[in-house]
Design a protein around this ligand. Sequence first.
Ligand code: FES
Length: 139
Amino acid sequence: MSGRADLYRSVVLEHGKRPRNVGALGGATHAAEGDNPLCGDALRVEVERRGDVLVALAFAGEGCILATASASLMTEILRGARVAEARRLAVAMEAFCAEGRGDADALGPLAGFADVYRHPARVACALLPWRTLARALDD
Ligand code: FES
């Protein structure tokens, strides 16, 4: 999937430079703060959940371009998703980014994080939003 891999890498880069859903949600029902102990960066993730559906997500805080891109894509992809789907994707991203395991084709643009597992210092960056989201959903 090299053509697609390049495309998804460029999508990740673009989200890092021009992140979506930055700020606070007026109607947040769940929220959590997370930090990356390796660098001290921290993000807050907010979710508005109606029943079983995540109707809106937003994030704010300090993070490198990889953490920012990951948060931006996460908040876009999960808008309108069910909670179970969000949890499933968070687990899939953990395996994909930390260990290089999983079906890249099933991850869509998140496959742009395919090389992260080769750079241990970046794993915590890419997963910061997803780990924070998981805590927000447990909130
Ligand atoms: Fe801090 Fe990536 S260097 S989150």
